[in-house]
Design a protein around this ligand. Structure first.
Ligand code: NAD
Length: 497
């Protein structure tokens, strides 16, 4: 067994007592970078207990002090962002520019968390009855848990623990076992900012470790990001154990192309949003819906897509990197094969792509299908690779009906020059995050992440400013005050006697 990475449990980084580990590999080369331990159940319990003890002191630290520490963290992350992006590129295979974006989007959430004193203000109402005022205060919950996926190992942990900590909670983070080096670095930097020990515990592992956190009596809130099946399991198990749970899950995102859309914009947007990041984005566009004569643009999309090639992280000409694992690559190749068997037309086939100097990488080339029907598996399933499927519809109403019938509802977009079409789309579409001439409409963190249907289970207050609602309780206080005049006159009467 090679070098095993540390966990952070009860006071500091240390080696886990785990006997089982999982190799973390570079997806472009298969080189084993490190081993991640399957944290033992005793260690999970120790982590939650340490977080619980730390909470009792941390909740008393004034919100402006917590914010000042987070400002330090934000500055340190900015200073080290390229170092983090280099580690991230190694374990995910992402191109350096893509890795930098992953880190930056996380830093933006830390910036938002620095605003915590204003976000944790309650409300007051004077004289709800004679001499009675009611007011509310916002308080932290306790030990919160984050379970994160492989595809954004910086951004997604940073969606969670800085906001939870800002609110006065403590946190146990269980990142993806496929790329845990970046989260370790984020937590190392966190403790360099002078935060008290034990605010964030870092454990590694898979299902067993997640289940232990979901069922532990001292964990209060669970944030999960990952696939639909696992998200459903986390939601069911967490709520069954009476936790507050939010699960951001899988997707099949459609982009509608109207005949009046600008062709160059459509082509650029479709290429970047479908094959960019190797299609490993929950907000990737995986279905292009061409309305009426817009179908003439499919050939332009094919020609532009054929120019894009995957490559290694430091290849500045590469459009994107490898898939995360050989298993992920095999799964995608299986879908490409199925698409052909099911009768779709494969206009561009990325199954056989190779990258010079990297014969062992998990490469899949850009792939485009047309004549796709909505009962084909390349349409119904989240492929999570650089595969775009094209569907044709006669009218905008038909396109909206198709999208609304899809069980996912994470993101969607429309490209058009008609204000009327755009407004109809934004109003009638049953999807949580809508782009108008914007292909990947991920909101900045002063909004929430608002997937619908099978893309989101639980509390909608996810990720941004509104996540303060997820990570806190509201306490409402009603107080009767003595009437000042009545008290004064009573005193006077007594004095005169
Ligand atoms: P995944 O569901 O396999 O893993 C997510 C986390 O769950 C990991 O930490 C993993 O260790 C853990 N896990 C895996 N199997 C488990 C099980 N049986 N029981 C309990 N925990 C388990 O997801 P992934 O492959 O790492 O990430 C890709 C998925 O995440 C895609 O479906 C993508 O759409 C989704 N995603 C969604 C969003 C969003 O905001 N909606 C963002 C990013 C990724």
């Amino acid at each position: 067994m090679g070098k095993v990475m540390d966990v952070y449990i009860n006071g500091g980084f240390r080696q886990s007592a785990a006997t089982e580990t999982i190799p973390v590999t570079n997806p472009a080369t298969q080189e084993v970078l490190v081993e991640a331990p399957y944290t033992t159940m005793e260690e999970i319990n120790e982590a939650v207990a340490a977080a619980r003890t730390a909470f009792l002191a941390w909740r008393r630290v004034p919100a402006p002090e917590r914010a000042r520490m987070l400002m330090k963290y934000q500055m340190l992350l900015k200073e080290k962002q390229d170092d983090i992006a280099r580690v991230l590129s190694q374990e995910t295979g992402k191109t350096f520019a893509d890795a930098q974006g992953d880190v930056w989007r996380g830093i933006e959430v830390v910036e938002q968390a620095c605003n915590v004193p204003a976000m944790m203000m309650g409300e007051t109402s004077e004289n709800v009855a004679r001499n009675i005022d009611t007011y509310s205060i916002i308080q932290p919950l306790g030990v919160c848990v984050g379970i994160t996926p492989f595809n954004f190992p910086a951004m997604i942990p940073l969606w969670m623990f800085p906001l939870a900590i800002a609110c006065g909670n403590t946190f146990v983070l269980k990142p993806s076992e496929q790329d845990p080096m970046t989260p370790n670095m984020l937590i190392e930097l966190f403790y360099q900012c002078g935060f008290p020990k034990d605010l964030v515990q870092l454990v590694h592992g898979g299902r067993e470790q997640v289940d232990a956190l979901l069922t532990h009596p001292d964990t209060r809130a669970i944030s999960f990001v990952g696939s639909v099946n696992v998200g459903q399991h986390v939601y069911r198990t967490g709520t069954q154990h009476l936790k507050r749970v939010q699960c951001m899950t899988g997707a099949k995102n459609h982009m509608v192309v109207m005949p009046d859309a600008n062709k160059d914009q459509v082509v650029n947007a479709l290429i970047g949003s479908s094959v960019g990041a190797a299609g490993q984005r929950c907000m990737a566009i995986s279905v292009a819906v061409f309305v009426g004569e817009a179908a003439a643009m499919i050939e332009d999309v094919r020609a532009a897509m054929a120019e894009v090639r995957p490559g290694a992280w430091d290849d500045s000409e590469a459009g994107y990197g490898p898939q995360i694992s050989p298993a992920a690559r095999e799964r995608i190749l299986g879908y490409i094969e199925k698409g052909k068997q099911e009768g779709a037309t494969c206009l561009l086939d990325g199954s056989d792509v190779s990258v010079e100097g990297y014969p062992d990488g998990n490469w899949v080339g850009p792939t485009l299908f047309s004549d796709v029907k909505t009962d084909m598996s390349i349409y119904t399933d989240e492929i999570f690779g650089p595969v775009l499927v094209a569907v044709k519809e006669d009218t905008l109403d038909d396109a909206i009906a198709t999208i609304n019938a899809n069980p996912y509802g994470n993101g969607t977009s429309i490209f058009t020059s008609s204000g009327g079409a755009a407004r109809k789309f934004q109003s009638e579409i049953e999807v949580g995050q809508v782009g108008i001439n914007v292909p990947i409409p991920v909101p900045l963190p002063f909004f929430s992440f608002t997937g619908w249907k099978n893309s989101f289970y639980g509390d909608q207050h996810a990720y941004g400013k509104q996540a303060i609602r997820f990570y806190t309780e509201t306490k409402t206080i009603t107080a009767r005050w003595f009437d000042a005049d009545a008290v004064a006159s009573a005193n006077m009467t007594i004095a005169l006697k």
